[in-house]
Design a protein around this ligand. Structure first.
Ligand SMILES: [Zn+2]
Ligand SMILES: [Zn+2]
Length: 138
C-alpha cells in the first residue's frame, strides 16, 4: 500500500524541472510561470511555487536568495560561484574553481557559529550591459 503520495510524479512538476534544467540559467517562479502557462493552461502561480518547493526538498533544484530579491532556481547542484549583474539583474554561473573547504575554514574561525554552507556571488556588469553603457551618450 502506498501511503506517501507526496512524491508521486506530477507532469506539471516535471515540466517545471525540465524548463529550469534546459535553460542552464537561474529563473524566478514568475519567469517559470510565464514561460509554461501557455503550454500548461491549468498551471497556476501557486502550483509553480508548491512544485518548486518540492523540487528543492527533493534536492533536484537549489533555491538562491540574494538580499530581499526573489528566489532564483538553479538546476546545477554542484557548489559553484555566481556573477550578479547590477545592470540587468542577470545571474550567471562563474566557472572558477570551487572552494569546497571554505565553510570548514570559516567554521573554525567563527566563534559559536556552526557553518553549514555558503554562497559566493560576484557583482558587476555583464558584457551586454557594458556595451550598452559604452554606447549610451554621456
Ligand atoms: Zn547585465
Ligand atoms: Zn548557478
Amino acid at each position: 500500500m502506498q501511503n506517501n503520495r507526496r512524491f508521486h510524479r506530477s507532469p506539471q512538476r516535471e515540466a517545471i524541472y525540465d524548463y529550469v534544467a534546459a535553460r542552464k540559467s537561474h529563473l524566478s517562479a514568475e519567469e517559470i510561470y510565464a514561460a509554461l502557462r501557455l503550454r500548461h493552461p491549468r498551471l497556476s502561480m501557486g502550483t509553480v511555487y508548491r512544485n518548486l518547493h518540492i523540487l528543492v526538498a527533493q534536492g533536484r533544484l537549489v533555491a538562491l536568495r540574494f538580499g530581499s530579491g526573489q528566489d532564483l532556481y538553479d538546476a546545477r547542484l554542484d557548489l559553484h560561484a555566481h556573477l550578479l549583474c547590477r545592470g540587468c539583474g542577470d545571474l550567471l554561473d562563474a566557472d572558477i574553481p570551487a572552494m569546497p573547504d571554505l565553510d570548514q575554514w570559516a567554521g573554525k574561525r567563527i566563534l559559536d557559529f556552526q557553518v553549514d554552507g555558503y554562497s559566493l556571488v560576484f557583482s558587476g556588469l555583464c558584457k551586454s550591459c557594458r556595451k550598452r553603457q559604452a554606447a549610451a551618450p554621456s
